[in-house]
Design a binder for this molecule. Structure first.
Ligand code: CP
Ligand code: NVA
Length: 316
């Protein structure tokens, strides 16, 4: 077997990954090409980030994001240092600016999971190293990149396909909208009244969609949203930080559960996606979650490959 070529890592049009709305379609395609190579040649590119360090600052729990960034750095020859920030919000002991100014002296990039998206923007403003969003109250860009990378793997091309998101118009939903329109995927979002995605996200997406021909549809009826869709996505009804609303939300969202009847309205063989963690019996039934159309663990695996690509492209 011939030796694989070294990775070609052209810079992206951004220095940080705060939101997929800042990425051009070319950036996403470059990341996907690198992720595909890193996945196929897993044990080959082990020194791309030799000697590089990643700071991981998490204000909220995480299994996938924490694990995949840590393992991803190790796979590429670097290492990661985790800082548990669950007891104090970023900026409470010292200013976000000072955190940024310190970290940039010790590490080569930062991944942060924050409550306030603003805290991430401030970190990026003051740190002269890449800042990567590991989830904020506004968006979850690494998740959407892994979701669309998985759809790309499954379908070959995502342009012209239709993804239906059923549930809360939350961080995950916002990043799916941002990413879908850039890649030419039609997106239908279906939420209970009052839980729709942010209007600014939707308006910006409609403008961006004009360039790719994607359609953005916001509605309240799950049947209409899923009708003929090629993939169906859901997420928790109450995100981290909304724990005191769980009971109320469980009532409001009851008609928005993804079950086999709802999946039957989609195209035959439509895929089921969930960012995880999932609550079987609430936003998704066990039959769908563990059924043959579910690709949830493929997505979880792809978080690793896609984030390795993000790290390899951004860290200099
Ligand atoms: N999907 C996701 O981001 O999972 P974690 O919260 O476990 O990181
Ligand atoms: N919307 C969820 C995603 C978790 C990965 C949350 O913010 O808790």
């Amino acid at each position: 077997m011939s030796k694989p070529l070294p990775l070609d890592l052209p810079p992206l049009s951004v220095e940080d990954l705060l939101c997929t709305s800042a990425l051009a379609a070319d950036d996403i395609e470059r990341l996907f090409a690198t992720a595909a190579r890193l996945k196929a040649e897993r044990d080959v590119h082990t020194s791309v980030l030799r000697g590089k360090r990643l700071a991981m600052i998490f204000e909220k729990d995480s299994l996938r994001t924490r694990f995949t960034f840590d393992v991803g750095m190790q796979d590429l020859g670097g290492n990661a240092v985790y800082m548990d920030h669950r007891d104090a919000r970023l900026g409470s002991r010292e200013s976000v600016k000072d955190v940024a100014r310190n970290l940039e002296r010790w590490v080569d990039a930062i991944v942060a999971r924050t409550y306030k998206h603003k805290a991430l923007e401030e970190l990026a403003q003051h740190a002269d190293i890449p800042v990567i969003n590991g989830l904020s109250d506004f968006v979850h860009p690494c998740q959407a990149l892994a979701d669309f990378f998985t759809l790309h793997e499954k379908w070959g091309a995502v342009r012209g396909r239709t993804l239906a998101f059923v549930g809360d118009g939350n961080n995950t939903c916002h990043s799916l909208i941002h990413t879908a329109v850039r890649l030419g995927t039609n997106i239908r979002v279906c939420s209970p009244e009052g839980y729709e995605p942010n209007a600014r996200v939707v308006n910006e997406a409609m403008r961006a969609a004009a360039a790719t021909g994607a359609e953005v549809t916001i509605l309240n009826d799950p049947d209409a949203a899923v009708d003929g869709a090629h993939a169906v996505y859901t997420d928790v009804w109450a995100s981290m930080g909304q724990e005191d609303e769980i009971e109320e939300r469980n009532g409001v969202f009851a008609a928005y559960q993804v079950d086999t009847d709802l999946m039957a309205r989609a195209e035959p063989g439509a895929l089921f996606l969930h960012c995880l963690p999932a609550h079987r019996g609430w936003e998704v039934t066990q039959e769908v979650m563990d059924g043959p159309q579910s690709v949830v663990y493929d997505i979880a695996e792809n978080r690793l490959h896609v984030q390795k690509a993000v790290l390899a492209h951004l860290i200099r």
